[in-house]
Design a protein. Structure first.
Length: 147
């Protein structure tokens, strides 16, 4: 997966400053996953948010404008991802996608979960058998329209 130049600049500056996405969450007042999605050009920052990101990272102010441009969403290529972490999410959908679909539609009816009116949170759950990753997806249910 090729990383866009702006993404590379943002990630490099973040690393050089020793700043985490969680610290950026505190500075911007936005969720760390959403901020990461701005870095990877999957979300659009407003002018104030873009300016704060660029200033915090010590990057040239003209880069802020790029973060306000609506991106082309969907960064994965149409092949099976090879990055192990991303592949696991692909695998989860391969194994549990249809069961999730059935359970959601059993509870809500015929429709989908929005990825627009949506939040995604990642939590670290400490466990004596090994720390756990908790991913919480929360999307508005959108019923299919009849006409």
């Amino acid at each position: 997966m090729a990383i866009a130049q702006i993404t590379q600049k943002l990630l490099t500056a973040k690393k050089e400053k020793g700043i985490t996405f969680q610290e950026l969450e505190t500075i911007l007042g936005r969720d760390e996953v959403w901020i990461a999605s701005v870095f990877y050009r999957q979300a659009t920052a407003d002018e104030s948010e873009a300016k704060k990101i660029i200033e915090t990272l010590g990057l040239p102010s003209e880069l802020a404008q790029e973060l306000t441009i609506p991106p082309l969403k969907g960064s994965l290529e149409p092949v099976i991802p090879t990055d192990p972490l991303i592949y696991r999410f692909y695998e989860i959908m391969q194994v549990y996608g249809m069961p999730l679909k059935d359970v959601i539609q059993e509870k809500f009816g015929d429709g989908i979960m929005s990825a627009i009116d949506f939040t995604l949170d990642v939590e670290k759950i400490e466990d004596v058998k090994g720390d756990r990753v908790q991913v919480i997806m929360c999307g508005k249910f959108l019923p299919y329209k009849k006409w």
